[in-house]
Design a protein around this ligand. Structure first.
Ligand SMILES: [Zn+2]
Length: 292
């Protein structure tokens, strides 16, 4: 993986990432010809200069991880012509069927400077879809951060690298302007419908380390709306729902994945994939029992 990552980092424009919908170990096991299926599909698009394309499954970094959706999730497209790359990036998501198997993938550019706006999920008694409550939650967060020394120094240090000098207060105020809260109904880990908030902001980080620090500062402190209502930051393993294993988005559970909701979606449907895998597992168990 290191050498592959190094090759991509050295020439990010020569590669595209193909994020396979539902990608991970299991999909490769179920589709042993995944890379050639995708390559054939791309060739079938008959776009100039796609004769030489290669679809590469990058070697695993960690062979111990054996979960159904274990990394790596992406395939690499190499030798795509500028026309093919432009086409793929424009349409972005593709779904096709081959021999009854459904395959879908998204094409993404390798861009080391793109960082997510998503910061964290928030739960708590005050969390509801009432716009006034949302506004109150947002004000609580932004006014707490405006006074937070770590946050202020971090914003100042990040922005000082890329802009002309101005006061810390101006930088902090500007940064906080991009903060937004969206409420969402999700199916939580206990399979109950709940409302959560999601905090987004334009990331000011210039690199991965600064982005990590940005997330750490914002998510490691307390936010108290009033004497009885605290908002609880839920990131990583405290997340109220399992993030989508199918499109790898951190901001929705797979039940709410937007991809299968697209009209005429030809790719895999999480519910059906899960049911099919459960059935295969049961059959295998039944076979083992009769063998005993
Ligand atoms: Zn999804």
């Amino acid at each position: 993986m290191e050498t592959t990552a190094g090759a991509v980092r050295a020439n990010p424009d020569k590669y595209l990432a193909l994020l396979v919908y539902g990608g991970g170990n299991k999909i490769k096991e179920e589709n042993p010809n995944l890379t050639s299926d995708i390559k054939d599909f791309l060739r079938g698009l008959t776009i100039a200069g796609n004769e030489r394309i290669r679809v590469v499954d990058p070697p695993k970094r960690d062979t111990d991880k054996r979960g159904e959706f274990a990394k790596p999730h992406i395939l690499l497209l190499h030798h795509g012509s500028p026309e093919l790359r432009a086409y793929l990036l424009w349409y972005q998501t593709f779904a096709f069927q081959t021999e009854g198997r459904k395959i879908a993938f998204s094409a993404l550019r390798f861009d080391a400077n793109v960082r997510p706006w998503f910061i964290t999920d928030i739960v708590g008694r005050a969390v509801s879809d009432d716009p006034e409550a949302i506004q109150e939650g947002l004000t609580t967060i932004t006014s707490a951060l405006a006074k937070d020394t770590d946050f202020r120094n971090h914003v100042d240090a990040c922005l000082a690298k890329v802009e002309n000098s101005r006061s810390i207060d101006e930088r902090v105020q500007d940064t906080l302007k991009s903060f937004e809260i969206h409420s969402m109904r999700v199916t939580n880990r206990e399979k109950k419908e709940i409302t959560i908030w999601q905090l987004f902001a334009d990331p000011i980080a210039n690199n991965g380390l600064e982005f990590k620090e940005w997330l750490r500062i914002i998510t490691s402190r307390r936010y108290i709306i009033d004497e009885i209502d605290e908002m609880f930051i839920r990131s990583k393993n405290l997340k109220p729902y399992d993030p989508c294993a199918f499109c790898k988005s951190e901001i929705h559970p797979e039940e709410q994945c937007p991809f299968p909701l697209v009209a005429d979606w030809k790719g895999p449907i999480p519910r059906e994939v899960r049911a099919e895998r459960a059935r295969a597992k049961e059959e295998a168990a039944a076979r083992d029992r009769t063998r005993e």
